[in-house]
Design a protein around this ligand. Structure first.
Ligand code: AMP
Ligand code: MG
Length: 212
């Protein structure tokens, strides 16, 4: 498969949205590291992400949204705690794991009843997600088990011929993965420490109970 290397012009963003709607896979910048995007509601496309990354099917994928409305395509979850997260951390490098809606595929969640959701602040990813109008799965754009990338050229070298396109959005400013938290009622469990520190979570989510 020919892999396009695209500067982030309006026309190219539309082109990528078109590829994604057709069930293809494209690499896109996020504020943390580059991600590999596909329509989260198209199993065929999601499967291509696992194939391109050589990722085991038992490792669930994070979904990116571009509006709070889009959150409710994935989950019915709603709480004061979630509201605070929406207000204080989103868009930004914090991923929340919540109960999934039944329409979210088992392929995305690796058969689990929860789904991981993030709302990236990257303007290119935001625009493309809005154009597609559907949440996009967005694991890191690298071969499974290897390091992730903060620039489009490295992504291209690693994934050329395996995906449809790479959008060059410059260097990802944060350079480390999103922090992942599991939410249940007022309980918060940190699953992966990344761009958002434990101290910052405790400071903002004052009423939450942090569990190990
Ligand atoms: P990556 O795909 O490399 O960005 O890593 C995503 C991380 O999110 C992996 O460590 C996954 O295990 C984790 N993850 C994704 N979905 C879920 C979920 N539903 N519950 C817990 N962890 C998740
Ligand atoms: Mg990764």
């Amino acid at each position: 498969m020919k892999t396009y290397f695209l500067p982030p012009t309006e026309a190219n963003l539309l082109k990528c949205a078109f590829f994604l709607k057709k069930g293809e896979v494209v690499a896109l910048p996020t504020e943390t590291v580059y991600g590999l995007a596909a329509d989260a509601f198209c199993d065929e496309a999601v499967y291509k992400v696992f194939r391109a990354k050589n990722r085991p099917l038992n490792k669930p994928l994070i979904c990116n949204i571009s509006s709070l409305d889009m959150f409710y395509k994935l989950s019915f979850s709603s709480s004061k705690l979630l509201q605070t997260i929406f207000e204080k951390f989103w868009p930004g490098p914090l991923t929340v794991v919540v109960q999934k809606k039944s329409c979210v595929s088992n392929l995305v969640t690796a058969g689990g009843s929860t789904v991981a959701v993030r709302f990236s602040s990257n303007s290119i990813l935001k625009k493309i997600t809005s154009m597609v109008g559907s949440p996009l799965v967005i694991p890191s754009a690298n071969i499974s088990g290897r390091g992730s990338f903060v620039n489009a050229f490295s992504v291209y070298s690693a994934l050329e011929f395996k995906i449809r396109a790479v959008v060059n959005g410059g260097v990802s400013e944060i350079g480390k993965e999103s922090t992942i938290i599991f939410l249940q009622g007022s309980n918060v469990k940190i699953l992966r420490l990344g761009a958002v520190t434990k101290e910052r979570l405790r400071e903002v989510l004052k009423d939450a109970i942090f569990i190990n």
